[in-house]
Design a protein around this ligand. Structure first.
Ligand SMILES: NC(=O)c1ccc[n+]([C@@H]2O[C@H](COP(=O)([O-])OP(=O)(O)OC[C@H]3O[C@@H](n4cnc5c(N)ncnc54)[C@H](OP(=O)(O)O)[C@@H]3O)[C@@H](O)[C@H]2O)c1
Length: 186
């Protein structure tokens, strides 16, 4: 959501139809591989705009509509803590997102709004399916490096987001919850 006028229209519509926002799950993001020597300004701006600028303004513009005590969940990635090859810019955006959750946890303290990050590992979404189709053999490699021995499904991430959005996580703030089949934990 790097386009700010789109965000304004979105929140105007939510205000008109629903009046308030209880939970923001800022999930939109793009990934593009580039080796360091091949990074150009357009690549940098495209990925940072979608992943970081979009996230900052998706949350900022929701705040006037947000109920005190609400929840913000940001889509990070295990990539933000790793050096996966040819992903400098993407990995850096996800590290930035992890940082935003720390600062916003303190910035939004007075309103009781909790901010957390959900960081997927390899999840079989449309973007990942395209990657796996283009890179024969990678599916088996990724399954083997995952302690739980499978790729994640969108439902695995959704369940973690539901937890962070709910009262069941009422004393959880500023964390990064990995949904990655154990990759980052072992
Ligand atoms: N899949 C994984 O293995 C994995 C792992 C770690 C982290 N993640 C993170 O999880 C999130 C979702 O990824 P995904 O795998 O579901 O990707 P995906 O299949 O490509 O879906 C991405 C979604 O984000 C939307 N989007 C992208 N750029 C946008 C923009 N500038 N403005 C508005 N919407 C935009 C897309 O909308 P359109 O369809 O309209 O383009 C699409 O609905 C991302 O933040 C990604 O970095 C995914």
């Amino acid at each position: 959501m790097g386009n700010l006028s789109d965000l304004d229209r979105l929140y105007e519509r939510i205000k008109r139809d629903h009046g308030r926002v209880d939970v923001v799950f800022a999930n939109a993001g793009i990934s593009e591989t580039r080796t360091l020597d091949a990074i150009d300004e357009e690549h940098f701006e495209r990925v940072f705009s979608a992943n970081v600028k979009g996230m900052i303004f998706s949350v900022q513009k929701a705040l006037p509509l947000m109920t005190d005590g609400g929840a913000v969940i940001l889509a990070g990635s295990a990539s933000g803590s790793k050096g996966f090859p040819a992903l400098s810019v993407y990995n850096a955006t996800k590290a930035a997102i992890r940082s935003l959750a720390r600062t916003w946890t303190t910035d939004l303290k007075s309103r009781g709004i909790r901010v957390n990050v959900v960081s997927p590992g390899v999840i079989e979404t449309p973007a990942m399916q395209t990657y796996l189709q283009r890179n024969a053999g990678m599916e088996d490699v990724l399954k083997q490096m995952t302690p739980l021995g499978r790729l994640g499904q969108a439902e695995d991430v959704a369940n973690a987001v539901l937890f962070l959005a709910s009262k069941e996580s009422s004393f959880v703030a500023g964390v990064e919850l990995f949904v990655d089949g154990g990759v980052m934990a072992v």
